[in-house]
Design a protein around this ligand. Sequence first.
Ligand code: ZN
Ligand code: ZN
Length: 506
Amino acid sequence: MPVATFVLPASLALQLLSGAAPAKPAAPAATAVSATGAKAAAPATGAKAAAPAYSQAVAEKLIGPALTEGQAYARLAELTDGIGPRLSGSEAAEAAVQWALRSFKADGVKAWTEPVKVPRWVRGEERGEVLASERTRGHPLSLLALGGSPPTAPEGLTAEVVEVTSLEELAALGGAVKGKIVFFNHTMSVAADYGRFAGLRGRGPAVAAKAGAVGALVRSLATASLRTPHTGSTRFEDGGPRIPAASIATEDADLLHRMLAGGAVRVKVVLGSSELPDADSHNVIAEVRGREKPQEIVLISAHLDSWDVGTGAHDDGAGVVMVMEAARLIAKLPQAPRRTVRVVLFMNEENGLRGARAYAEAHAAELPRHVAAMEMDAGGGRPLGVSLRAGAGGQELVRPWLKPLVALGAGTFSAREAGGADLSPMVSARVPFFGVEVDSSRYFDVHHTMADTLDKVDPQDLARSTAATAWATYALAEMPGLLVRPEPPPVPSGPPAVSPAKASGH
Ligand code: ZN
Ligand code: ZN
């Protein structure tokens, strides 16, 4: 649907583009013949400037419209305001699939769906309270059931609370948590802490259940709070014990911590969640076929599903519209890049990774020809740089193509390794990863909350990251050389660990 959108003034966009030109007056720009035989004007930047890596005209055709047309933001409004929350298996998730197909077709990009069976977890009534005692008149708890949590009995669950700050601390308590509600507290304060503490939410309730606990409360993984709890998935072992588990707002975690310092605290929790049979769903795939090496695939992705609270604007609507817009702009170029650009909008990143697994299985024979893959899933912040996960020489190969990103603030390599939860099934096939790192310093303010809505996304930041995504994708699809495939992951010696890609995934 048409929406009023913010558009970066053309003058500012041009300024940004011209910022990519050399700062100092240089000798007349050398005109050189690129590997494709096309003439390209290249700025002279020193001895090695004789062979320009890329066409400035193409850079302008990708970056200019991404900055000025406002298409990514308009699309994000359609997805968030028009469709809303889209948890796997819901009608809205299917509406998002149909919307993506329609949008690709309107963009002139070939698109199709591939089947995925997804879990269907449905949130129900949920509330909780600190019960009155001689030390307090009681307090309501601001909570959200964690995805995958079983329900409580209809009358709720009432028990004493035990606080722990790590799985080791929980293990040390042994049978002392039997019959109790384990409260996982932690000290997350910045976005980089997410990977450190995400295991408390993901695995903590299952570990507590095995130790005999009857419920779990997890401090929200958050960098800000207006008493907004942050949900997310928790995983129980097949056939293992399952206990009701919820996240609580950081303010309520602090309250519990203070009260526990003075003695025993009892809480009551009511969760009405339910697990329905697996549902039929889809990944959405789209493609711009390469002109020279169509069998070589540069995969760009994001996840179409979101949590059922908020409208998934940052997580991961922003990533979805960035990669869709990259494909639209690349498809409009007078000449397709050398390799095929394939977009995958994964289903079920949030609570199962079924779409990622289905894609890796269905395309297993093709994975050796996936020459690069990225997943944009860290929100709609401004671009900061380019990340890689590849064998030796990756940065040297890509560096000459970074120049158009300088004016966007993304012309350097990130210290972080590229990855993404939906890319994790491709690690064993040694697919090289790349990414545009975005500013996610405020991402975990709203991540997995009611507050992840369109207004939190800055249209200019989104436009810049979209431009960087389009250019980085084109560069990987067009550059003459290929990234060296990374070493295979080490064979785990202990219990299965969370892969690096998953640990950094959002
Ligand atoms: Zn998420
Ligand atoms: Zn995400």
